[in-house]
Design a protein. Structure first.
Length: 435
C-alpha cells in the first residue's frame, strides 16, 4: 500500500488537486504536478520540461478544435442568432427554474450528438441568461452540474456523435491489447454508467435547489435586447454553417476540419465580414483560449507520467496486494483510473493509457470483455466529470463565470466530482462485478 501512495502518479495527482483547491491557476498546477511526477521518478528538471513540451501535441487536435469552435461560436454570436436563442429560452422559462435547467441538459446533449460542437455553445448561450438566473436566485453550481450530465452521459452510453468516437476508441484499444471488442458491443455494457449519472443528476438538482444570490455585474454587454429580432440572410447562412460543422466532423472524422468548414461558409456567405475576421478570431480565443491551453498542458503532463514508468509500477503494486479477489481488483482499478484521469482530464485521451492497464489485469482475473469495457469507460468518465483540466468542467465555467462570480474549482469541479464521480464509481463497480 505504501508503494501505491508514494508512486509518482499518485503524488502528482494529489499535488495537482491540492493546488487547484487552493485556487492556484489550473495550468500552473498541472506544470507543478508534472514536475512532482518527474522529480519523484528521478528525472532532471530539463528532461521533465522536455517531456512537457514534447507532449503538448498529445491534445493538440482538441486544442485547435476548441479554438476554431470558439471562433465559430463568436461568429454565431455576432450575427445575433445566439441572442435570438437566448431570448427564446428566456421567454420559455417565465420564472420556472426547472424549465431552464432542462433546457441546459437538452442543449448539452444536442451539442454532443446532433450538432457536435461540444462545449463551444456554452459561452454564447449562457452569459445572456445570467441576469435572468440572478433574478431567479438560481445556484450556478446546480446549473453547471446538470449541464455536466448532458455533456458526458450521452457519449458513454449512446453510439451517436461523440459516442461513436468514444466507444470506438474503447473498442479499438481493447482489441489492440488482446481483448477483441467491436463498437456495437461497447454501449450495452456501459449503459449501466448512465444509470449512475442519472442518480447524480437527481441528487445535485435537489441539493443545489436552494436560492443563492449573485450581483448583476459586468453583464451589460450580454443583456438580451428587447426588440424583436427577425431572421435575416446572415442567420440563414449561419444555420447552413452549423449543419456543415456536423457534416465536416462526420465526413472527415475531424473536429477542427468541421469547425473550419463552418467558419469558411460564414465568411463566404457574408455572415462574417473579412474586415471583422481579426476581431472574430480574437473573441474566439477569449471564449475558448483558456480551455485550449489547459488541454495542451494536460497533454504535456500525460507525457511526463508515461515516461516515468510509474504507471507499470502502480499496476505491479496493485496486483501484489489484490491476489485473486475480483472485488478488490475492481475497486483498485477504479481508484487507479480515477488517479490517472483526474490528472490528464480528457476522457478520450486517457483511454489508451487506461486500456493498457485494465486489459491485462482483467484478463489475468478472468473478467469478461463487457466488464472490462464498462470499467474503462467508467475510469475515463471519472476524469471528465471532476478534473480541473477536463473540457467538460472548463466549458460550464467559461459560461457561468462571465461576470467573475463562478469559481472553476469550488463551483464546477467539486460539485461535479461529488455528485457524478461517486455514483459513477458505484455503477462501474456493479458493472465490473456482474457483466
Amino acid at each position: 500500500m505504501l508503494s501505491i501512495l508514494t508512486n509518482p502518479v499518485t503524488l502528482s495527482v494529489i499535488v495537482m488537486c491540492a493546488l487547484c483547491l487552493l485556487k492556484l491557476n489550473v495550468i500552473i498546477s498541472l506544470i507543478i504536478a508534472a514536475m512532482v511526477a518527474g522529480i519523484s521518478a528521478g528525472m532532471g528538471l530539463g528532461d521533465i520540461m522536455s517531456f512537457i513540451i514534447g507532449g503538448l501535441n498529445g491534445n493538440g487536435t482538441n486544442a485547435l478544435a476548441y479554438l476554431l469552435l470558439g471562433t465559430f461560436a463568436a461568429a454565431i454570436s455576432a450575427t445575433g442568432l445566439a441572442d435570438m436563442l437566448s431570448k427564446k429560452v428566456a421567454s420559455m422559462v417565465q420564472g420556472r427554474k426547472w424549465v431552464l435547467l432542462v433546457t441546459f441538459v437538452i442543449c448539452a446533449i444536442i451539442s454532443g450528438t446532433i450538432i457536435p460542437v461540444h462545449i463551444a455553445f456554452i459561452p454564447i448561450l449562457v452569459p445572456p441568461l445570467l441576469i435572468m438566473m440572478n433574478a431567479l436566485h438560481m445556484d450556478r453550481r446546480q446549473a453547471a452540474s446538470v449541464m455536466e450530465f448532458g455533456l458526458i452521459a450521452p457519449y458513454i452510453s449512446i453510439p451517436i456523435g461523440y459516442g461513436v468516437i468514444f466507444q470506438g476508441i474503447v473498442a479499438d484499444n481493447m482489441t489492440e491489447n488482446g481483448m477483441p471488442m467491436t463498437l456495437g458491443e461497447v454501449w450495452p455494457n456501459t449503459i449501466i454508467l448512465l444509470g449512475g449519472m442519472l442518480v447524480g443528476l437527481i441528487c445535485c438538482w435537489i441539493f443545489y435547489s436552494r436560492p443563492r444570490d449573485y450581483k448583476d455585474i459586468n453583464l451589460s454587454q450580454f443583456e438580451i435586447k428587447q426588440e424583436d429580432l427577425k431572421i435575416n440572410k446572415d442567420h440563414i447562412v449561419t444555420l447552413v454553417a452549423i449543419a456543415s460543422v456536423l457534416f465536416g466532423q462526420l465526413y472527415w472524422d475531424s473536429m477542427p476540419l468541421g469547425a473550419l468548414l463552418g467558419i469558411v461558409i460564414m465568411v463566404l456567405g457574408g455572415a462574417v465580414k473579412l474586415k471583422d475576421s481579426d476581431s472574430t478570431v480574437a473573441e474566439g480565443i477569449k471564449l475558448m483560449g483558456m480551455v485550449s491551453f489547459v488541454m495542451l498542458v494536460a497533454g504535456g503532463y500525460a507525457n511526463v507520467v508515461k515516461n516515468t514508468g510509474a504507471v507499470d509500477a502502480l499496476i505491479e503494486a496493485a496486483m501484489a496486494i489484490l491476489g485473486t479477489s475480483r472485488v478488490a481488483l475492481v475497486i483498485v482499478l477504479i481508484l487507479i483510473g480515477l488517479l490517472i484521469t483526474m490528472g490528464i482530464g480528457t476522457s478520450f485521451g486517457t483511454i489508451p493509457v487506461i486500456a493498457l492497464l485494465y486489459v491485462p489485469m482483467c484478463s489475468r482475473m478472468g473478467m469478461s470483455p463487457g466488464a472490462t469495457a464498462c470499467l474503462i469507460a467508467c475510469a475515463a468518465a471519472l476524469g471528465d466529470a471532476g478534473s480541473p483540466a477536463s473540457d467538460s468542467t472548463l466549458g460550464p465555467t467559461a459560461g457561468f463565470n462571465a461576470d467573475g462570480q463562478h469559481d472553476h474549482i469550488w463551483d464546477t469541479c467539486v460539485p461535479t466530482f461529488l455528485f457524478y464521480n461517486i455514483p459513477l464509481a458505484i455503477a462501474g463497480f456493479i458493472g465490473g462485478m456482474i457483466l
